[in-house]
Design a protein. Structure first.
Length: 564
Protein backbone atom coordinates (compact mmCIF):
# COMPACT_ATOMS: atom_id res chain seq x y z
CA UNK A 1 0.00 0.00 0.00
CA UNK A 2 1.34 3.43 -0.96
CA UNK A 3 1.67 5.84 1.90
CA UNK A 4 0.90 9.52 1.76
CA UNK A 5 3.70 11.79 2.87
CA UNK A 6 1.64 13.54 5.50
CA UNK A 7 3.37 14.31 8.77
CA UNK A 8 0.95 17.07 9.79
CA UNK A 9 -2.34 16.65 11.55
CA UNK A 10 -5.88 17.70 10.71
CA UNK A 11 -9.27 17.55 12.39
CA UNK A 12 -10.04 14.03 11.11
CA UNK A 13 -6.74 12.60 12.30
CA UNK A 14 -7.24 14.42 15.61
CA UNK A 15 -10.66 12.76 16.03
CA UNK A 16 -9.23 9.32 15.25
CA UNK A 17 -6.27 9.85 17.58
CA UNK A 18 -8.68 10.81 20.37
CA UNK A 19 -10.80 7.72 19.69
CA UNK A 20 -7.72 5.53 19.89
CA UNK A 21 -6.63 7.16 23.13
CA UNK A 22 -10.10 6.45 24.56
CA UNK A 23 -9.75 2.85 23.29
CA UNK A 24 -12.86 3.12 21.14
CA UNK A 25 -13.29 0.26 18.69
CA UNK A 26 -10.69 -1.60 20.77
CA UNK A 27 -8.00 0.68 19.41
CA UNK A 28 -8.70 -0.30 15.80
CA UNK A 29 -9.06 1.90 12.67
CA UNK A 30 -10.91 0.67 9.58
CA UNK A 31 -11.88 3.03 6.75
CA UNK A 32 -13.42 2.56 3.31
CA UNK A 33 -13.50 4.21 -0.11
CA UNK A 34 -17.08 3.84 -1.49
CA UNK A 35 -17.25 4.90 -5.17
CA UNK A 36 -20.39 4.78 -7.28
CA UNK A 37 -19.71 2.89 -10.56
CA UNK A 38 -21.56 5.50 -12.65
CA UNK A 39 -18.55 7.30 -14.09
CA UNK A 40 -14.77 7.57 -14.01
CA UNK A 41 -12.88 8.74 -10.93
CA UNK A 42 -11.48 12.27 -10.96
CA UNK A 43 -8.91 14.25 -8.98
CA UNK A 44 -11.51 14.91 -6.26
CA UNK A 45 -11.87 11.18 -5.69
CA UNK A 46 -8.08 10.97 -5.45
CA UNK A 47 -8.29 13.20 -2.38
CA UNK A 48 -10.74 10.77 -0.77
CA UNK A 49 -8.67 7.72 -1.78
CA UNK A 50 -5.48 9.20 -0.36
CA UNK A 51 -7.28 10.26 2.81
CA UNK A 52 -8.95 6.92 3.52
CA UNK A 53 -6.02 4.70 2.60
CA UNK A 54 -3.54 7.16 4.13
CA UNK A 55 -5.30 7.27 7.49
CA UNK A 56 -5.56 3.49 7.59
CA UNK A 57 -1.84 3.17 6.92
CA UNK A 58 -0.84 5.85 9.41
CA UNK A 59 -2.85 4.28 12.24
CA UNK A 60 -1.99 0.67 11.39
CA UNK A 61 -5.50 -0.17 10.20
CA UNK A 62 -7.20 -1.28 7.00
CA UNK A 63 -9.14 0.33 4.17
CA UNK A 64 -11.83 -1.35 2.06
CA UNK A 65 -13.02 -0.51 -1.43
CA UNK A 66 -16.79 -0.87 -1.64
CA UNK A 67 -18.78 -0.10 -4.77
CA UNK A 68 -22.09 1.63 -4.08
CA UNK A 69 -23.89 -0.26 -6.86
CA UNK A 70 -27.48 0.46 -5.83
CA UNK A 71 -28.64 2.18 -9.03
CA UNK A 72 -28.19 -0.22 -11.98
CA UNK A 73 -29.77 2.21 -14.45
CA UNK A 74 -26.59 4.33 -14.35
CA UNK A 75 -23.90 1.74 -13.58
CA UNK A 76 -21.58 -0.13 -15.94
CA UNK A 77 -18.87 -2.77 -15.62
CA UNK A 78 -16.59 -0.41 -17.56
CA UNK A 79 -16.77 2.04 -14.66
CA UNK A 80 -16.10 -0.68 -12.10
CA UNK A 81 -12.93 -1.80 -13.88
CA UNK A 82 -11.72 1.75 -14.45
CA UNK A 83 -12.14 2.57 -10.75
CA UNK A 84 -10.12 -0.48 -9.71
CA UNK A 85 -7.40 0.45 -12.20
CA UNK A 86 -7.28 4.03 -10.89
CA UNK A 87 -6.97 3.03 -7.24
CA UNK A 88 -4.15 0.63 -8.09
CA UNK A 89 -2.43 3.24 -10.27
CA UNK A 90 -2.47 5.71 -7.38
CA UNK A 91 -0.50 3.11 -5.45
CA UNK A 92 -3.07 1.66 -3.07
CA UNK A 93 -4.01 -1.96 -2.42
CA UNK A 94 -7.28 -3.11 -0.87
CA UNK A 95 -5.99 -6.68 -0.50
CA UNK A 96 -8.93 -9.07 -0.14
CA UNK A 97 -11.31 -6.28 0.91
CA UNK A 98 -13.13 -5.50 -2.33
CA UNK A 99 -16.86 -5.32 -1.66
CA UNK A 100 -20.11 -4.24 -3.30
CA UNK A 101 -23.29 -2.93 -1.74
CA UNK A 102 -24.97 -5.61 -3.85
CA UNK A 103 -23.19 -8.18 -1.68
CA UNK A 104 -25.60 -7.10 1.06
CA UNK A 105 -28.90 -6.82 -0.86
CA UNK A 106 -30.54 -9.63 1.13
CA UNK A 107 -29.32 -8.23 4.45
CA UNK A 108 -30.51 -4.76 3.47
CA UNK A 109 -33.90 -6.17 2.58
CA UNK A 110 -34.17 -7.91 5.96
CA UNK A 111 -33.19 -4.66 7.71
CA UNK A 112 -36.06 -2.95 5.90
CA UNK A 113 -38.41 -5.73 7.03
CA UNK A 114 -37.19 -5.23 10.59
CA UNK A 115 -38.06 -1.52 10.40
CA UNK A 116 -41.53 -2.36 9.07
CA UNK A 117 -42.11 -4.77 11.95
CA UNK A 118 -41.10 -2.03 14.41
CA UNK A 119 -43.67 0.27 12.85
CA UNK A 120 -40.87 2.48 11.54
CA UNK A 121 -41.34 1.93 7.79
CA UNK A 122 -44.33 1.93 5.45
CA UNK A 123 -45.14 1.39 1.80
CA UNK A 124 -46.19 4.67 0.19
CA UNK A 125 -48.26 5.01 -3.01
CA UNK A 126 -47.47 8.68 -3.61
CA UNK A 127 -45.81 9.44 -6.94
CA UNK A 128 -42.27 10.88 -6.89
CA UNK A 129 -43.72 14.34 -7.62
CA UNK A 130 -46.25 14.00 -4.81
CA UNK A 131 -43.56 12.85 -2.37
CA UNK A 132 -41.64 16.01 -3.24
CA UNK A 133 -44.74 18.19 -2.73
CA UNK A 134 -45.58 16.56 0.60
CA UNK A 135 -42.01 17.01 1.79
CA UNK A 136 -42.40 20.73 2.44
CA UNK A 137 -39.65 23.34 2.30
CA UNK A 138 -36.90 24.72 4.49
CA UNK A 139 -39.41 27.14 5.97
CA UNK A 140 -42.57 25.00 5.89
CA UNK A 141 -43.06 21.58 7.51
CA UNK A 142 -43.99 18.60 5.39
CA UNK A 143 -47.32 16.76 5.33
CA UNK A 144 -47.76 13.16 6.31
CA UNK A 145 -48.44 10.69 3.51
CA UNK A 146 -52.03 9.34 3.53
CA UNK A 147 -50.43 5.87 3.51
CA UNK A 148 -48.25 6.54 6.57
CA UNK A 149 -50.51 4.68 9.00
CA UNK A 150 -50.92 1.42 7.14
CA UNK A 151 -50.74 -1.58 9.45
CA UNK A 152 -47.53 -3.55 9.88
CA UNK A 153 -49.19 -6.54 8.24
CA UNK A 154 -50.25 -4.56 5.16
CA UNK A 155 -46.81 -3.01 4.81
CA UNK A 156 -45.09 -6.40 5.06
CA UNK A 157 -47.42 -7.80 2.42
CA UNK A 158 -46.97 -4.87 0.04
CA UNK A 159 -43.20 -4.81 0.46
CA UNK A 160 -42.96 -8.53 -0.25
CA UNK A 161 -45.09 -8.03 -3.36
CA UNK A 162 -42.84 -5.13 -4.41
CA UNK A 163 -39.93 -7.54 -4.28
CA UNK A 164 -41.91 -10.14 -6.23
CA UNK A 165 -42.42 -7.68 -9.08
CA UNK A 166 -46.19 -7.22 -8.85
CA UNK A 167 -46.10 -3.45 -9.23
CA UNK A 168 -44.95 -1.05 -11.93
CA UNK A 169 -41.74 0.94 -11.63
CA UNK A 170 -42.13 4.05 -9.54
CA UNK A 171 -45.68 3.37 -8.35
CA UNK A 172 -44.71 2.48 -4.79
CA UNK A 173 -41.80 3.12 -2.43
CA UNK A 174 -40.79 2.07 1.03
CA UNK A 175 -40.29 5.02 3.36
CA UNK A 176 -39.18 5.27 6.97
CA UNK A 177 -41.39 6.99 9.51
CA UNK A 178 -39.40 9.74 11.24
CA UNK A 179 -40.64 13.35 11.46
CA UNK A 180 -42.34 15.33 8.68
CA UNK A 181 -41.86 18.53 10.69
CA UNK A 182 -38.09 18.08 11.13
CA UNK A 183 -35.91 21.07 10.29
CA UNK A 184 -33.69 18.60 8.41
CA UNK A 185 -35.42 17.65 5.17
CA UNK A 186 -33.51 14.36 5.08
CA UNK A 187 -35.47 13.24 8.17
CA UNK A 188 -38.91 13.81 6.62
CA UNK A 189 -39.82 10.20 5.96
CA UNK A 190 -37.13 9.51 3.36
CA UNK A 191 -37.54 6.80 0.73
CA UNK A 192 -35.33 3.77 1.36
CA UNK A 193 -36.51 1.44 -1.44
CA UNK A 194 -37.85 2.04 -4.94
CA UNK A 195 -39.12 -0.24 -7.70
CA UNK A 196 -36.65 -0.26 -10.60
CA UNK A 197 -36.54 -2.87 -13.34
CA UNK A 198 -32.98 -2.62 -14.61
CA UNK A 199 -30.45 -5.40 -15.08
CA UNK A 200 -27.75 -5.20 -12.45
CA UNK A 201 -24.13 -5.82 -13.47
CA UNK A 202 -23.71 -8.40 -10.69
CA UNK A 203 -27.16 -9.65 -9.67
CA UNK A 204 -28.78 -9.59 -13.11
CA UNK A 205 -32.58 -9.48 -12.87
CA UNK A 206 -32.82 -11.09 -9.44
CA UNK A 207 -34.01 -7.83 -7.89
CA UNK A 208 -36.54 -5.28 -9.07
CA UNK A 209 -36.35 -3.16 -5.92
CA UNK A 210 -33.18 -1.36 -4.92
CA UNK A 211 -32.15 0.43 -1.72
CA UNK A 212 -31.35 4.13 -1.66
CA UNK A 213 -27.80 5.21 -0.85
CA UNK A 214 -28.72 6.76 2.50
CA UNK A 215 -30.05 3.37 3.62
CA UNK A 216 -27.38 1.13 2.09
CA UNK A 217 -24.45 3.28 3.21
CA UNK A 218 -24.68 3.01 7.03
CA UNK A 219 -25.70 -0.65 7.00
CA UNK A 220 -22.85 -1.58 4.65
CA UNK A 221 -20.45 0.32 6.91
CA UNK A 222 -21.82 -1.58 9.88
CA UNK A 223 -21.53 -4.99 8.20
CA UNK A 224 -17.89 -4.31 7.32
CA UNK A 225 -17.15 -3.01 10.84
CA UNK A 226 -15.92 0.34 9.52
CA UNK A 227 -14.79 2.48 12.44
CA UNK A 228 -14.66 5.89 10.75
CA UNK A 229 -16.90 6.56 7.75
CA UNK A 230 -15.26 9.57 6.09
CA UNK A 231 -17.55 11.48 3.70
CA UNK A 232 -17.57 14.78 1.86
CA UNK A 233 -19.34 17.75 3.37
CA UNK A 234 -22.61 17.39 1.45
CA UNK A 235 -23.36 14.35 3.63
CA UNK A 236 -23.22 16.36 6.86
CA UNK A 237 -26.99 16.90 6.80
CA UNK A 238 -27.42 13.16 6.15
CA UNK A 239 -25.52 12.16 9.29
CA UNK A 240 -28.62 12.26 11.58
CA UNK A 241 -30.26 9.80 9.18
CA UNK A 242 -27.11 7.64 9.12
CA UNK A 243 -27.24 7.50 12.94
CA UNK A 244 -31.02 6.94 13.00
CA UNK A 245 -30.84 3.80 10.85
CA UNK A 246 -28.07 2.24 12.92
CA UNK A 247 -29.75 3.09 16.23
CA UNK A 248 -33.18 1.81 15.15
CA UNK A 249 -31.68 -1.42 13.84
CA UNK A 250 -29.53 -1.82 16.96
CA UNK A 251 -26.40 -2.78 14.98
CA UNK A 252 -22.72 -1.85 15.12
CA UNK A 253 -22.42 1.92 14.80
CA UNK A 254 -19.49 3.48 12.88
CA UNK A 255 -18.72 7.18 13.22
CA UNK A 256 -19.36 9.40 10.20
CA UNK A 257 -17.00 12.36 9.70
CA UNK A 258 -17.34 14.94 6.91
CA UNK A 259 -14.70 17.02 5.15
CA UNK A 260 -14.79 19.59 2.36
CA UNK A 261 -14.62 18.14 -1.12
CA UNK A 262 -11.97 19.31 -3.57
CA UNK A 263 -12.84 22.19 -5.87
CA UNK A 264 -10.17 22.88 -8.49
CA UNK A 265 -9.88 26.06 -10.54
CA UNK A 266 -10.38 26.01 -14.33
CA UNK A 267 -12.18 22.67 -14.27
CA UNK A 268 -15.37 20.95 -13.11
CA UNK A 269 -15.53 17.98 -10.76
CA UNK A 270 -19.21 17.16 -11.09
CA UNK A 271 -19.79 13.70 -12.58
CA UNK A 272 -22.93 15.01 -14.22
CA UNK A 273 -21.05 17.82 -15.94
CA UNK A 274 -18.13 15.60 -16.90
CA UNK A 275 -20.58 13.11 -18.43
CA UNK A 276 -22.19 15.99 -20.32
CA UNK A 277 -18.82 17.02 -21.76
CA UNK A 278 -18.26 13.44 -22.94
CA UNK A 279 -21.73 12.88 -24.36
CA UNK A 280 -21.83 16.22 -26.19
CA UNK A 281 -18.40 15.72 -27.77
CA UNK A 282 -16.65 18.62 -26.05
CA UNK A 283 -13.89 16.14 -25.22
CA UNK A 284 -12.90 12.85 -26.84
CA UNK A 285 -13.88 10.70 -23.87
CA UNK A 286 -13.41 10.14 -20.15
CA UNK A 287 -9.66 9.74 -20.72
CA UNK A 288 -9.24 12.93 -22.75
CA UNK A 289 -6.02 14.50 -21.38
CA UNK A 290 -7.92 17.73 -20.66
CA UNK A 291 -10.30 15.94 -18.30
CA UNK A 292 -9.70 15.95 -14.52
CA UNK A 293 -10.38 12.20 -14.46
CA UNK A 294 -7.54 10.04 -13.21
CA UNK A 295 -7.52 8.21 -16.55
CA UNK A 296 -7.25 11.57 -18.35
CA UNK A 297 -4.49 12.81 -16.06
CA UNK A 298 -2.63 9.51 -16.47
CA UNK A 299 -2.86 9.74 -20.27
CA UNK A 300 -1.61 13.31 -20.12
CA UNK A 301 1.46 12.24 -18.16
CA UNK A 302 0.60 12.94 -14.52
CA UNK A 303 2.33 10.63 -12.07
CA UNK A 304 0.67 8.99 -9.05
CA UNK A 305 3.43 10.46 -6.87
CA UNK A 306 2.54 14.01 -7.93
CA UNK A 307 -1.16 13.49 -7.26
CA UNK A 308 -0.51 11.98 -3.83
CA UNK A 309 1.78 14.93 -3.05
CA UNK A 310 -0.93 17.35 -4.16
CA UNK A 311 -3.56 15.65 -1.99
CA UNK A 312 -1.20 15.77 0.98
CA UNK A 313 -0.46 19.48 0.49
CA UNK A 314 -4.07 20.60 0.24
CA UNK A 315 -4.97 18.65 3.38
CA UNK A 316 -8.53 18.33 4.67
CA UNK A 317 -10.78 21.04 6.07
CA UNK A 318 -14.38 21.72 7.01
CA UNK A 319 -14.82 24.76 4.78
CA UNK A 320 -15.33 24.66 1.00
CA UNK A 321 -12.70 26.48 -1.06
CA UNK A 322 -11.21 26.45 -4.56
CA UNK A 323 -7.66 25.17 -4.96
CA UNK A 324 -5.60 26.82 -7.68
CA UNK A 325 -4.78 24.31 -10.41
CA UNK A 326 -1.30 25.87 -10.42
CA UNK A 327 -0.56 23.94 -7.21
CA UNK A 328 -1.38 20.62 -8.90
CA UNK A 329 0.90 21.55 -11.80
CA UNK A 330 3.64 22.58 -9.38
CA UNK A 331 3.53 19.18 -7.67
CA UNK A 332 3.80 17.53 -11.07
CA UNK A 333 6.78 19.64 -12.14
CA UNK A 334 8.61 18.90 -8.90
CA UNK A 335 8.20 15.16 -9.45
CA UNK A 336 9.00 15.16 -13.16
CA UNK A 337 12.03 17.39 -12.67
CA UNK A 338 13.58 14.59 -10.64
CA UNK A 339 12.65 11.63 -12.81
CA UNK A 340 11.97 12.71 -16.42
CA UNK A 341 14.82 12.25 -18.94
CA UNK A 342 15.75 15.32 -20.99
CA UNK A 343 15.55 15.20 -24.78
CA UNK A 344 15.47 17.74 -27.61
CA UNK A 345 12.46 18.30 -29.82
CA UNK A 346 11.47 21.04 -32.25
CA UNK A 347 7.75 21.76 -32.41
CA UNK A 348 7.63 24.46 -35.10
CA UNK A 349 10.72 23.74 -37.19
CA UNK A 350 12.89 26.26 -39.02
CA UNK A 351 15.59 24.82 -41.28
CA UNK A 352 19.20 25.83 -40.50
CA UNK A 353 22.09 25.16 -42.87
CA UNK A 354 25.63 25.48 -41.49
CA UNK A 355 27.52 26.56 -44.58
CA UNK A 356 31.04 25.79 -43.34
CA UNK A 357 30.19 22.37 -41.87
CA UNK A 358 31.15 19.40 -44.11
CA UNK A 359 28.12 18.01 -45.97
CA UNK A 360 28.85 14.34 -45.25
CA UNK A 361 30.01 14.76 -41.66
CA UNK A 362 28.01 13.51 -38.65
CA UNK A 363 29.16 13.93 -35.04
CA UNK A 364 27.77 12.39 -31.88
CA UNK A 365 27.26 14.98 -29.17
CA UNK A 366 27.09 13.86 -25.55
CA UNK A 367 23.94 15.06 -23.80
CA UNK A 368 23.05 14.75 -20.11
CA UNK A 369 19.88 12.77 -19.47
CA UNK A 370 18.93 14.59 -16.27
CA UNK A 371 21.08 17.24 -14.52
CA UNK A 372 19.07 16.62 -11.33
CA UNK A 373 20.18 12.96 -11.27
CA UNK A 374 23.54 12.31 -12.85
CA UNK A 375 23.09 8.59 -12.22
CA UNK A 376 20.70 8.65 -15.18
CA UNK A 377 23.79 9.01 -17.35
CA UNK A 378 24.06 10.54 -20.81
CA UNK A 379 23.13 9.83 -24.42
CA UNK A 380 24.62 10.52 -27.87
CA UNK A 381 22.79 12.94 -30.16
CA UNK A 382 23.71 13.19 -33.88
CA UNK A 383 24.80 16.57 -35.25
CA UNK A 384 25.04 17.40 -38.95
CA UNK A 385 25.16 20.25 -41.45
CA UNK A 386 21.38 20.72 -41.65
CA UNK A 387 19.40 21.22 -38.45
CA UNK A 388 16.00 22.32 -37.23
CA UNK A 389 15.48 24.96 -34.57
CA UNK A 390 12.29 26.56 -33.29
CA UNK A 391 10.80 29.28 -35.47
CA UNK A 392 10.42 31.50 -32.43
CA UNK A 393 14.17 31.29 -31.78
CA UNK A 394 14.89 33.45 -34.83
CA UNK A 395 13.90 37.03 -35.63
CA UNK A 396 15.01 38.84 -38.74
CA UNK A 397 14.31 42.13 -37.01
CA UNK A 398 14.71 41.30 -33.30
CA UNK A 399 12.83 43.36 -30.71
CA UNK A 400 14.58 44.72 -27.59
CA UNK A 401 15.73 42.03 -25.12
CA UNK A 402 15.48 39.32 -27.77
CA UNK A 403 18.81 37.49 -27.35
CA UNK A 404 18.25 34.49 -29.59
CA UNK A 405 19.30 34.08 -33.21
CA UNK A 406 19.16 37.04 -35.62
CA UNK A 407 21.19 38.19 -38.65
CA UNK A 408 24.81 38.73 -37.61
CA UNK A 409 24.18 37.35 -34.12
CA UNK A 410 25.87 34.36 -32.49
CA UNK A 411 24.23 31.80 -30.17
CA UNK A 412 25.12 28.46 -28.64
CA UNK A 413 23.56 25.20 -29.78
CA UNK A 414 22.92 22.97 -26.76
CA UNK A 415 25.73 20.38 -26.32
CA UNK A 416 27.27 21.51 -29.64
CA UNK A 417 28.79 24.67 -31.16
CA UNK A 418 28.43 28.41 -31.41
CA UNK A 419 26.70 29.35 -34.68
CA UNK A 420 26.29 32.75 -36.33
CA UNK A 421 23.52 33.74 -38.76
CA UNK A 422 24.91 34.94 -42.09
CA UNK A 423 21.85 34.83 -44.31
CA UNK A 424 18.16 34.02 -44.74
CA UNK A 425 15.99 32.43 -47.43
CA UNK A 426 12.40 33.62 -47.80
CA UNK A 427 9.32 32.31 -49.51
CA UNK A 428 8.95 34.39 -52.68
CA UNK A 429 5.17 34.65 -52.32
CA UNK A 430 4.73 35.25 -48.60
CA UNK A 431 8.05 36.76 -47.59
CA UNK A 432 8.21 34.27 -44.70
CA UNK A 433 11.68 33.12 -43.63
CA UNK A 434 11.90 29.41 -44.49
CA UNK A 435 15.63 28.79 -44.05
CA UNK A 436 18.57 30.45 -42.39
CA UNK A 437 22.25 30.04 -43.15
CA UNK A 438 24.90 30.05 -40.46
CA UNK A 439 28.56 29.40 -39.84
CA UNK A 440 29.93 27.51 -36.86
CA UNK A 441 33.05 27.82 -34.74
CA UNK A 442 34.64 24.37 -34.47
CA UNK A 443 36.61 25.43 -31.38
CA UNK A 444 33.44 25.80 -29.27
CA UNK A 445 32.25 22.20 -29.24
CA UNK A 446 30.42 21.53 -25.98
CA UNK A 447 31.89 24.55 -24.23
CA UNK A 448 32.87 28.21 -24.31
CA UNK A 449 34.87 30.02 -26.96
CA UNK A 450 38.65 29.85 -26.33
CA UNK A 451 38.92 33.60 -26.85
CA UNK A 452 36.45 34.24 -24.04
CA UNK A 453 33.59 35.71 -26.06
CA UNK A 454 30.13 35.12 -24.66
CA UNK A 455 26.69 34.47 -26.09
CA UNK A 456 23.38 35.34 -24.46
CA UNK A 457 21.26 32.40 -25.60
CA UNK A 458 21.42 28.63 -25.91
CA UNK A 459 19.05 26.94 -28.36
CA UNK A 460 17.86 23.36 -28.67
CA UNK A 461 17.93 21.66 -32.05
CA UNK A 462 17.67 18.35 -33.92
CA UNK A 463 19.58 17.03 -36.91
CA UNK A 464 17.31 17.21 -39.95
CA UNK A 465 18.58 13.97 -41.44
CA UNK A 466 18.28 11.96 -38.23
CA UNK A 467 15.24 13.47 -36.49
CA UNK A 468 11.97 11.55 -36.17
CA UNK A 469 8.68 13.12 -37.27
CA UNK A 470 6.10 13.42 -34.51
CA UNK A 471 2.70 14.82 -33.71
CA UNK A 472 2.54 16.96 -30.59
CA UNK A 473 -0.68 17.92 -28.81
CA UNK A 474 -0.48 21.07 -26.73
CA UNK A 475 -3.06 20.84 -23.94
CA UNK A 476 -4.18 23.75 -21.80
CA UNK A 477 -6.84 24.30 -19.14
CA UNK A 478 -10.27 23.11 -20.22
CA UNK A 479 -12.00 26.31 -19.01
CA UNK A 480 -10.98 29.95 -19.40
CA UNK A 481 -12.35 31.00 -16.00
CA UNK A 482 -11.21 29.81 -12.60
CA UNK A 483 -14.88 29.18 -11.79
CA UNK A 484 -16.53 27.63 -14.88
CA UNK A 485 -19.96 28.25 -13.36
CA UNK A 486 -19.36 32.02 -13.49
CA UNK A 487 -21.55 32.63 -16.55
CA UNK A 488 -23.83 35.21 -18.09
CA UNK A 489 -27.57 34.91 -17.46
CA UNK A 490 -29.06 32.07 -19.48
CA UNK A 491 -25.72 30.40 -20.22
CA UNK A 492 -24.20 27.31 -18.65
CA UNK A 493 -20.72 26.22 -17.65
CA UNK A 494 -19.87 25.13 -21.20
CA UNK A 495 -19.89 28.77 -22.32
CA UNK A 496 -16.56 29.05 -20.49
CA UNK A 497 -14.88 26.21 -22.39
CA UNK A 498 -11.40 27.12 -23.59
CA UNK A 499 -11.55 26.84 -27.38
CA UNK A 500 -7.75 26.66 -27.44
CA UNK A 501 -7.45 23.89 -24.84
CA UNK A 502 -5.97 21.67 -27.56
CA UNK A 503 -3.59 22.74 -30.34
CA UNK A 504 -2.26 19.90 -32.51
CA UNK A 505 1.10 20.28 -34.27
CA UNK A 506 1.73 17.71 -36.99
CA UNK A 507 5.16 18.73 -38.36
CA UNK A 508 7.34 18.32 -35.28
CA UNK A 509 10.70 16.58 -34.97
CA UNK A 510 12.29 14.77 -32.03
CA UNK A 511 15.76 13.35 -31.56
CA UNK A 512 16.23 9.81 -32.93
CA UNK A 513 16.68 8.13 -29.54
CA UNK A 514 12.93 8.43 -29.01
CA UNK A 515 12.29 5.74 -31.61
CA UNK A 516 12.25 3.28 -28.69
CA UNK A 517 9.99 5.40 -26.47
CA UNK A 518 7.20 3.34 -24.93
CA UNK A 519 3.61 4.44 -24.46
CA UNK A 520 3.20 6.49 -21.32
CA UNK A 521 6.89 7.45 -21.15
CA UNK A 522 7.43 11.02 -19.96
CA UNK A 523 10.23 13.34 -21.09
CA UNK A 524 11.26 16.91 -20.65
CA UNK A 525 11.58 18.52 -24.07
CA UNK A 526 14.36 20.98 -23.24
CA UNK A 527 13.10 24.57 -22.96
CA UNK A 528 9.56 23.50 -23.91
CA UNK A 529 7.99 21.49 -21.10
CA UNK A 530 7.16 17.93 -20.13
CA UNK A 531 5.63 15.59 -22.70
CA UNK A 532 4.17 12.09 -22.57
CA UNK A 533 3.97 9.46 -25.30
CA UNK A 534 0.23 9.07 -25.89
CA UNK A 535 -0.97 5.72 -24.59
CA UNK A 536 -3.63 5.26 -27.28
CA UNK A 537 -2.75 7.03 -30.53
CA UNK A 538 1.03 6.63 -30.56
CA UNK A 539 2.44 3.65 -32.48
CA UNK A 540 5.55 2.35 -34.22
CA UNK A 541 4.43 4.21 -37.32
CA UNK A 542 3.42 7.46 -35.65
CA UNK A 543 4.88 9.11 -32.57
CA UNK A 544 2.30 11.16 -30.68
CA UNK A 545 3.21 13.26 -27.64
CA UNK A 546 0.88 15.01 -25.21
CA UNK A 547 2.10 18.10 -23.43
CA UNK A 548 1.85 17.23 -19.78
CA UNK A 549 2.75 20.62 -18.34
CA UNK A 550 4.82 23.63 -19.31
CA UNK A 551 8.06 24.58 -17.57
CA UNK A 552 6.63 27.87 -16.36
CA UNK A 553 5.68 27.42 -12.71
CA UNK A 554 3.16 29.99 -11.50
CA UNK A 555 2.81 28.36 -8.08
CA UNK A 556 6.55 28.57 -7.43
CA UNK A 557 6.30 32.33 -8.05
CA UNK A 558 3.37 32.60 -5.64
CA UNK A 559 5.29 30.71 -2.94
CA UNK A 560 8.35 32.88 -3.49
CA UNK A 561 6.32 36.05 -3.09
CA UNK A 562 4.66 34.71 0.06
CA UNK A 563 8.06 34.10 1.66
CA UNK A 564 9.24 37.69 1.09
Amino acid sequence: MAKTDSTSSDFIRDIIAADLEANKNDGWVHTRFPPEPNGYLHIGHAKSICLNFGIAAEFGGLCNVRFDDTNPSKEEVEYVESIKDDVRWLGFDWGDRLYYASDYFEELYQCAVQLIKKGKAYVCDLSPQEVKEYRGTLTEPGRESPYRNRSVEENLDLFERMRAGEFEDGCRTLRVKIDMASGNLNMRDPVIYRILRAEHHRTGNKWCIYPMYDFAHPISDSIEKITHSICTLEFEDHRPLYDWFLDELGIYHPRQIEFARLNLSNTVLSKRKLLQLVQEGNVTGWDDPRMPTLSGLRRRGYTPESIRDFCDRIGVAKRESIVDIALLEHCLREDLNKCAPRVMAVLRPLRVVIDNYPEDKVEEMEAVNNPEDLDMGSRRVPFSRVLYIEQEDFREDPPPKFFRLAPGREVRLRYAYFIKCVGVVKDEKTGEVVEIHCTYDSSTRGGDAPDGRKVKATLHWVSAHHALPAEVRLYDHLFIKADPDDVEYGADFKSNLNLNSLVTLTSCYVEPGLASATKGSIYQFERLGYFCVDSIDSSDKKLVFNRTVTLRDEWAKIEKQQKK
